[in-house]
Design a protein around this ligand. Structure first.
Ligand code: FES
Length: 145
């Protein structure tokens, strides 16, 4: 039911952890299942994403898609990262079962939430970026889970 790539990223997730003093941190929740994803971005002065890490209270598909998403955004500019959709992440993983598609949205939204945080911290506007509706970052910056 799951592709080999999904199983690989689930069993050996890349870029798990957190980044101290990250340029942007975003946390999103999925209302359907209650799972949570937090994404950390380290962005340099040329707006290139040097490092990306994630932590999750999520299912296996959420782990696999986030792992792949972090691999895809690394080395990209913030505008290139913005173009990476959950569809692209799923394609890179050779697909997900239909009931698991919503899990891949957590990764996309968490990246957007982290970019939103970066934009706010730097007082800039990222053209085309909207605050994810499942952004639950507010007021819980220091909270651990
Ligand atoms: Fe919640 Fe997959 S079931 S993210």
């Amino acid at each position: 039911m799951y592709s080999e790539k999904v199983m690989d990223h689930f069993q050996n997730p890349r870029n798990v952890g957190e980044i101290e003093n990250a340029s942007g941190v975003g946390t999103v929740g999925n209302a359907k299942c209650g799972d949570i994803m937090r994404m950390y971005l380290d962005i340099d002065e040329n707006q290139v994403i040097r490092e990306c890490k994630f932590k999750t209270f999520g299912c296996g598909a959420a782990v696999a898609t986030s792992s792949m998403a972090t691999e895809l955004v690394k080395g990209k500019t913030i505008y290139e990262a913005l173009q990476i959709t959950n569809q692209a992440v799923m394609e890179a993983l050779d697909g997900l079962p239909p009931v698991k598609v919503h899990c891949s949205l957590l990764a996309e939204e968490a990246i957007h939430a982290a970019l939103w945080d970066y934009a706010e911290k730097n007082n800039i506007k990222i053209e085309g970026l909207e605050k994810p509706k499942n952004d639950i970052s507010e007021g819980e910056e220091e909270e651990e889970y």
